[in-house]
Design a protein around this ligand. Structure first.
Ligand code: HAM
Length: 426
């Protein structure tokens, strides 16, 4: 298609500078991402910036070859040196890789890190399900303490609530540990393989029986209604661990529901597993999720016995959840001051004034291109600025600027050399 216009790849959202509250607003996007990150910083998580692509084998081994994420959804390609690389589908495997590569696991434990950025999954696009998705995540690696599980969950809860979001619920369960999970898996498999299953479900029961419990088809729900549940078959250690997590959540005042049939799409989870669910989103209701992973560090070449826990919060879906609740994330104004020059000499005086305002931390913009007063004032309104700085011949002569409060319409005359102090100080 020569000469035509381009569209973003299918299933990839843009965030653009439309006013806050409008769909696709980049101001809302930044506000959500920074609020979620701020909650992680409050709890002592240090920021980690990781590569967008990694060795394909890292995800195959880390996330699990039998998961949909690895078997069907990865963006994998050979680079020019014929190495197989993959656009990261999630963050946990990369964090563990970096922690081990830089020896952070030999320092003070737990290693607590937070990250934000895009992830890539070749899923069927629909509302709330994208091929480039954005997450804010944390990982706390090296200590298996139920208080840490509760902390991670509470950080996510706090992040959402700091945005004013409240129409979500936290579901959690325990997926057991190395002593009870294999036995339970067998028990469940025995139960499932005695049922009349279609070929695909039978295969799933053989490869990943837990996934069958997540089958939403009514006849499958009915057939598996009496299936054995992991929660009823926890080892004494896993049971105590889970009870302690619940106790800490109670103490922190974080509400939750136990969902013993929860199934997560990644293979590495053990013990605590959780999801934040929002009912205003339709089918893609998971706004965030995570859990503990006992075996992943060892699986990726680290020391035996180093456990971790973390979450990934969907920024795109959190934005949709806010919209569903009719709320807008509190965002910083794009500009505070907007210059309205009435003539060439006025523009020449406004250019350096804007430079000084910006240097003093007052976000500023102006009407470019020699528009008339009316057009320039319209531009000032549209910019969302608090003040218009009107400069015409009479102001120039008097060495002043007319500072107009765009909300109240009130205006006053301020000496040119006092504008910066006035706006930066106020
Ligand atoms: P996940 O549940 O696969 O977990 O993804 C976390 C969140 O990312 C989801 O709850 C959802 O909000 C968002 N998300 C996932 N896929 C999409 C998509 N296609 N479109 C829009 N949003 C999406 C993980 O990724 C784990 N690494 C979380 C974790 C960290 N577990 C332990 N540590």
């Amino acid at each position: 298609m020569s000469g035509g216009t381009f569209q973003a790849p299918k299933g990839v959202p843009d965030y653009i500078p439309v006013p806050p509250g409008e769909r696709g607003s980049s101001a809302d996007f930044l506000a959500v991402r920074s609020a979620l990150l701020a909650a992680t910083a409050e709890a002592g998580y240090g920021y980690i910036e990781l590569p967008i692509f990694e060795d394909t084998a890292l995800f195959a081994r880390g996330v699990g070859e039998s998961t949909d994420v690895v078997s069907k959804e990865m963006y994998t390609f050979a680079d020019r040196g014929d190495r197989s690389v993959t656009l990261r589908p999630e963050g946990t495997a990369g964090v563990v890789r970096a922690v081990l590569q830089h020896g952070l696991d030999r320092g003070r434990l737990p290693v607590k890190v937070a990250y934000a950025g895009p992830f890539f999954r070749y899923e069927r696009p629909q509302d709330g399900r994208y091929r480039q998705l954005q997450q804010v995540g944390v990982e706390a690696i090296g200590v298996d303490d139920p208080a840490l599980d509760a902390e991670v969950i509470a950080v996510a809860d706090r992040g959402y609530r700091s945005l004013g979001l409240d129409g979500f619920r936290l579901e959690l369960t325990s997926l057991g540990d190395a002593t009870c999970r294999p036995q339970y898996r067998e028990l469940l498999q025995d139960f499932l393989l005695r049922l009349e299953l279609d070929d695909e479900t039978r295969r799933r029961a053989e490869i990943n029986p837990l996934r069958v419990l997540d089958d939403k088809r009514p006849h499958m729900k009915e057939m598996t209604a009496d299936a054995p549940l992991m929660l009823d078959h926890l080892s004494p250690e896993a049971k105590t661990h889970f009870e302690k997590v619940l106790g800490y959540l109670d103490a922190l005042g974080v509400p939750y529901t136990i969902n013993p049939r929860m199934v997560r799409g990644l293979d590495y989870y053990t013990k605590t597993c959780f999801e934040f669910v929002h009912d205003g989103l339709g089918a893609q209701s998971g706004i965030g999720g995570g859990g503990r992973y006992d075996g992943l560090v060892e699986q990726l070449g680290g020391r035996d016995g180093l456990s971790g826990i973390g979450f990934g919060l969907g920024v795109d879906r959190t934005l949709l959840a806010l919209a569903a609740e009719g709320k807008t994330a509190p965002s910083a104004p794009r500009v505070v001051a907007f210059g309205v020059p009435l003539g060439d000499a006025a523009r020449d005086a406004l250019v350096p004034l804007l430079g000084r305002l910006r240097a003093a931390g007052v976000p500023s913009d102006m009407a470019y291109g020699g528009r008339g007063m009316k057009g320039a004032m319209k531009a000032a309104d549209r910019s969302g600025a608090e003040y218009a700085l009107v400069l015409g011949d009479s102001e120039l002569e008097a060495g002043t600027v007319t500072v107009k409060d765009l909300a109240s319409g009130q205006q006053r005359s301020v000496p040119l050399d006092a504008v910066v102090d006035e706006l930066a100080g106020g």
